[in-house]
Write a protein that binds this ligand. Sequence first.
Ligand code: ATP
Ligand code: MG
Length: 621
Amino acid sequence: MEAEFYSLQKIRKLSEEAVKDPESFWKDKMHLISWFKEPEKIREGEPPFEKWFVNGYTNISYNAIDRHLDKSEKVAFYWINEKLDTRSITYRDLYCEVNRASYVLKELGVKKGDVVSLIMPSIPEAVYMSLAVHRLGATLVIHYLGLSEETLTYRLNDCNSRVLIVASKGFRNGNEIRIKDFVDKLLDSRKTPIEKVLVVKRGYDDFNVTKRDVIYEEVRPRGRVYVEPIWVESNEPSTIYYTSGTTGRPKGLYHSTAGYVIALNYAFKSLMGPKENDIWWTISELGWPVWPMANLYTIPFMGLTGVLFEGYIGYKPDMFSRIIERFGVNLVWSSTTTLYTLKSLGEESVKSGDTSTLRLILNTGEPLNPGAWKWLRENMPHVTIADAYWMTEHLFPVAGTPFGIGEIPYKAGSAGIRFPGSDFRVVDDDGKELQVGKKGYIVLKPISPALAKMHNDTNGERIIKTYWSRFPGYFYTGDYGYMDEDGYLYVLGRADDVIKSGERIGTLEVESVVVTHPAVAEAAVVGYPKEVGEGILVLAVIKKGYPMSEDLANDIKSYLRNSGYIVDKVYLVRRLPKTKSGKIMRRLIRALVRNEEIGDISTLDDPSILEELKSILSEKD
Ligand code: ATP
Ligand code: MG
């Protein structure tokens, strides 16, 4: 499994070759998965309507389980919760349980072309059920725990799901989440296509059983069963994801079966260089693509061992390092917000348990500010911090640090270099390519099989309008940034959030400075209209132990002035508005200070923050 090791120069060459001849580049990666029938053609057509690995047939669950019968005693997953209770699941268990779950889903009539929805916490059964959906060739949609009734109803209808798989309950941050009760209430009062609910019980349970329910424990075959995997054409949908909703209403996207997983497996080999016996923990909620990307489409594909954590990393300050120690975790893939949480919890978070086995932490979700990077390096000097910049629409890194295949320098604040197999540009308002060092819009010339199609968009009108019309010929990422003389990409924030104060300022530029103030754990910066141009408004999350005082706000203001940023307003807060995937929703703050429509808040993690923000922002001027 160990890959060859390249110099930065060689990686650049690899990347150039991929740009020149994407088909040969990806043909070479085709055998990262097993095929029932190999494709007849590598690529056909042009993005966004191209097809990859045409007329090839494969099955996701076959790749994840049947291929590993020779290592049946190896642990496929460890599960752990906030109380540090654990379970371990071998590859044999995984094989047997996926087959059992497939049998039950087949009995429920699930077949190729169907869309199956799932709402569960991070437990082994979520892996069994998801892979079982794929075994039958159906399309999987994982919904967040805790979406509002309205949002979930919309999504169930949008996907046209007939079957919903749930766990009766889940646990997070010391709270019990009664999933089954919530779903009952929704299905009893709203119109959805759901006909059957498959319920996985969590120990002793006291939920109601309705006519639509099938209790998994009651129908789960006792003995061994084998369900034939259904072979699926490369371009048929495997899964539907909704974007995070950071910049607007979430968009539903679907990914292919073969191209998507091939690109993912190559991405992780390059990013992390996983070794045969590595233990890999992905810290993410289930509804975010990160969880399935690791736990369904990579860890079992490569035959590695994964860690499933049911809970919230900030529940106890020592949680992170205790879990690393418990399993001897080698690789962590984490959302940016989780890394910020560790920093705000302080040294205890990374020093309570022994983290000496940990080699690498991969960041995804937002630009990792240099202060957080420095803190992680100082407190865990043996750990490499890696980065991958990608998006739900293109689940292959646009830029990243391919430490798994090469020796490249890390630059704090940057997402990394052009990833071999990707091709990005930075352009001005007119779509003209900008020189090195100039800030502009990040666009993509997609050359990987990881570009999603839009859901419910048969003639492609929506995908063109949403992503290809702003800069014709390019896929527009919606992000703002620049590239340096070594080809490193710096994502400075969302283009919608850019502040027009004299020059254009990306939100990360100011936020990176605010968080180096000793009292500040995290920050969000937005522009607000002034008579001429825009002013800068800062929301600073204050660490515990510091007073929320006028003096502190003034101190932060002068601290920023000394760093070259004239800031008009500084508000001290305890938390920021975030999406369920943990991203700061600056558009909400912007709308509130401008008295504009709030817009879509279907993925706002805790809507009670709206009132909180309103009252803070009206405190003073
Ligand atoms: P929406 O599209 O609904 O507004 P979203 O863009 O947050 O939400 P995702 O697809 O989850 O939805 O996130 C992709 C975005 O996340 C990227 O466009 C980029 O802004 C940001 N991002 C992801 N990873 C990184 C990273 N490593 N460095 C910088 N930014 C990142
Ligand atoms: Mg987006």
